[in-house]
Design a protein around this ligand. Structure first.
Ligand code: PLP
Length: 391
């Protein structure tokens, strides 16, 4: 009887996904702050700035109006149309709004994409290092994430050769690409992305392109996979460029043939996406000037770190192409990025994320810095790290 009672409380095996280690760093930073220490936060990948004023005003007006009901499952039609218009403005792509699905952040988009494209057990290729929830969501859904190593030679991007070699080894059903990428902050040139997508699709490998950091591109211009293939599934979000992480709103651009499936899935899983966030998101497009100013702030932060960190002693890092991440090689100081991050927090008051969150193979040699804060914080971080490493 006791054993049976224990079974009642046992979580499923597939729910056994690892936590985000960055949360442990955040908790340690909060403890240090509670004891009166000043901490420069570079651990969490989110903008320090609020949503565009246009978005906040639209949400306030909607709240004042009263009832917030469900919306159409795939999103308010005018928001889907506004997103489609954005593709014309940014990429010069004519996109049918019927191919746009509004989702609960890009995180909601991944669940829908993986459920609609893959059977349990199917193998999906991911670049290593990469954003951990790709592999954790795939595992929770019973799919098999397949990490493919990347290196400096390919600007830390997957190549058609590496993908096809893995596919010949054992067939792949899917591929997730991201440019700009997290944690590396590196980007793929448009032609390299096009070649990778073409190589995958020629082998029947379905492509999902995570474009959440589009808009935050400095070294190269980000190209949407929607322009490179009508079969690719694109996932995007208001979280990063539009500074709306907590609003939990994103979108997908899907092939027409997949849209009804997405609608049935989302209808059952969520009914619809939070209405207030959708109203704010539509108005966010009118706040682009404000968001461009925020982006210029990131560019300045990037300059401060790219110039300052080598002088402070951290002189090996990946190309700082886009997003708001700098991925630094700490191997001349430590081969234990978790310990290094803890010491840097305790002794220098700078919080960053250990690479092991993103890369189970080499992550012990890397640290991710998020530069979405203020320029003053970037200067302070460089000075503190310099003082600490010189000790
Ligand atoms: C690469 C990448 N994709 C997706 C997400 C999820 O973002 P959201 O669900 O807020 O859209 C993040 C968040 O940090 C990310 O870094």
């Amino acid at each position: 009887m006791l054993d049976k009672a224990k079974d009642l409380l046992r979580p499923s095996r597939r729910s056994d996904v690892p936590p985000f280690i960055v949360m442990d760093v955040m908790a340690a930073a909060a403890q240090a702050e509670a004891k009166g220490m000043r901490v420069v936060h570079m651990e969490v990948g989110q903008p320090a700035r609020p949503a565009p004023a246009t978005a906040i005003r639209a949400a306030q007006a909607a709240l004042a109006h009263g009832r917030i009901g469900y919306t159409e499952t795939l999103g308010i039609p005018s928001l889907r149309a506004r997103i489609a218009q954005y593709y014309r403005e940014i990429y010069g792509l004519d996109l049918d709004p019927a191919r746009v699905a509004v989702t609960t952040g890009s995180s909601g988009g991944f669940i829908l994409a993986f459920l609609s494209l893959f059977e349990p057990g199917e193998r999906v290729a991911l670049a290593n290092p990469g954003y951990p929830p790709y592999r954790h969501i795939l595992s929770a859904l019973g799919c098999a994430p397949v990490l493919i190593e990347t290196s400096a030679e390919t600007r830390w991007a997957l190549t058609p050769q590496a993908l096809i070699a893995e596919h010949r080894n054992k067939p792949l059903a899917g591929l997730v690409v991201a440019s700009p990428a997290n944690p590396t902050g590196t980007m793929m040139p448009a032609d390299a992305l096009g070649e990778l997508i073409a190589a995958a699709e020629a082998e029947g490998i379905k492509v999902i392109s995570d474009e959440i950091y589009h808009g935050l591109d400095y070294a190269l211009r980000a190209e949407t996979a929607a322009k490179l293939s009508e079969r690719a599934v694109v996932i995007n979000s208001f979280s990063k460029y539009f500074c709306m992480t907590g609003w939990r709103i994103g979108w997908m651009v899907a092939p027409e043939s997949l849209v009804r499936t997405l609608e049935r899935l989302q209808g059952n899983l969520a009914i619809s996406v939070p209405t207030l966030a959708q109203i704010a998101a539509e108005a966010a497009f009118e706040g682009r000037d404000e968001m461009e100013a925020v982006k210029h702030g990131y560019e300045e932060n990037r300059r401060i770190l790219v110039e300052g960190l080598p002088k402070a002693g951290l002189d090996k890092f990946l190309p700082v192409d886009g997003a708001f991440y700098l991925y630094a090689d700490i191997s001349s100081f430590s081969h234990d990025s978790l310990d290094f991050a803890k010491c840097m927090l305790a002794q220098a008051g700078v919080a960053a994320t250990p690479g092991i969150d993103f890369d189970p193979v080499n992550g012990h040699n890397f640290l991710r810095f998020c530069y979405a804060g203020s320029a003053a914080e970037m200067h302070e971080a460089v000075e503190r790290i310099a003082g600490w490493l010189r000790r």
